[in-house]
Design a protein. Structure first.
Length: 326
């Protein structure tokens, strides 16, 4: 083989190896320290301003992190608006119709584009804003690694298929969580995000008026709690909301576990945590210890979720506007 051919082959191999390294880049702490030093401060400041004006946006922004990550990984595909080419993006899927907080993400992106255009991904903004919103409203926090890039595909059909449903039994929940690299422990840990926020009546009214299609009330619900929910949500009520955690709805704590243990979990998916030995055991251990490890466990499980199948390196893109591909 000639020296020229060897040089060409060596060059091609080097290019391939560099591409592999670029596309396998890990998420890190402070990814933007050199390219956009004020990035995380800007996210925090804009998020805090919105939360001070409307604290209900905190659980809404946390919910947005989950709905993004469970479909295609955390790639901001949840933010893509319908277009003539694709009028059925994730945001149009029924499970996403009650999502809120998009204006916060857009405001953060606008500010960042002024400071360091084309650098910070919408996918990272979602994760940082979700954490910062909870920290501002409730004082709880966890580590967020950065370095994600934005996806270019968003399909309502995938959201319908991949997002856990409030009507899920334990087996269905386990399958959805395993599909994004999460364990049974992660399932019970992250389910406690329901300790804050509200839910619309249709997401649980089937338990009140037509459980199992037989016209009755779910027997696993505490009777007094079922009576309260019926008072709040008469049949066919589409607009009323109810706290997901009836014990401590304004604290980021284990009140949710207390409610589930007392058969006051709002969703069928909440009640399902009592149907498995591992999830019930974890729940009971947190009750015994007053939530001694829950917040730490929550941070660990969040990290597992937001690192799963993300785009890094040269994959995807950095959107100029979060609602549209470049």
């Amino acid at each position: 083989m000639s020296a020229l051919k060897i040089s060409v082959l060596f060059f091609l191999e080097l290019v391939i190896q560099l591409a592999i390294v670029a596309n396998s880049q890990e998420l890190v702490l402070g990814f933007y320290n050199d390219t956009c030093p004020e990035a995380e401060n800007i996210v925090n400041q804009v998020t805090a301003l919105y939360i001070y004006n409307d604290s209900t946006l905190a659980p809404a922004l946390l919910r947005l992190t989950f709905h993004d990550c469970f479909v295609r990984g955390c790639d901001a595909s949840i933010l893509l608006e319908p277009t003539n080419a694709n009028n059925a993006t994730e945001i149009t899927a029924p499970p996403n119709l009650t999502l809120r907080g998009f204006e916060v993400i857009d405001a953060i992106k606008t500010k960042l584009e002024e400071y360091c255009p084309g650098v910070v991904s919408c996918a990272d903004i979602i994760q940082l804003a979700g954490r910062d919103a909870i920290q501002t409203a409730y004082g709880a926090s966890w580590v967020v690694l950065t370095g994600r890039r934005d996806g270019t595909v968003s399909l309502a059909s995938e959201a319908l298929e991949d997002l856990p449903s409030p009507y899920s039994n334990f087996d269905a929940l386990k399958q959805k969580f395993e599909a994004v690299g999460l364990s049974v422990k992660d399932l019970v840990v992250l389910s406690a995000a329901h300790t804050v926020g509200v839910a619309h009546c249709p997401s649980f009214s089937g338990r009140l008026y037509n459980f199992s299609g037989e016209g009755g009330t779910d027997p696993s619900l505490d009777p007094n709690y079922a009576k309260f929910l019926k008072q709040k949500c008469p049949p066919n009520d589409q607009l009323t909301t109810v706290y997901q955690d009836p014990i401590t709805p304004n604290k980021f704590d284990i009140g949710y576990y207390v409610a589930v243990d007392q058969h006051e979990g709002l969703f069928e998916s909440d009640a399902a945590l009592l149907d498995d030995n591992e999830t019930r055991g974890y729940l009971e251990s947190q009750l015994w210890t007053m939530g001694w490890t829950w917040l730490e466990d929550f941070g660990v499980s969040m990290m597992k979720m937001y690192k799963f199948k993300v785009l890094t390196g040269t994959e995807g893109e950095i959107r100029k506007k979060c609602g549209y591909v470049n």
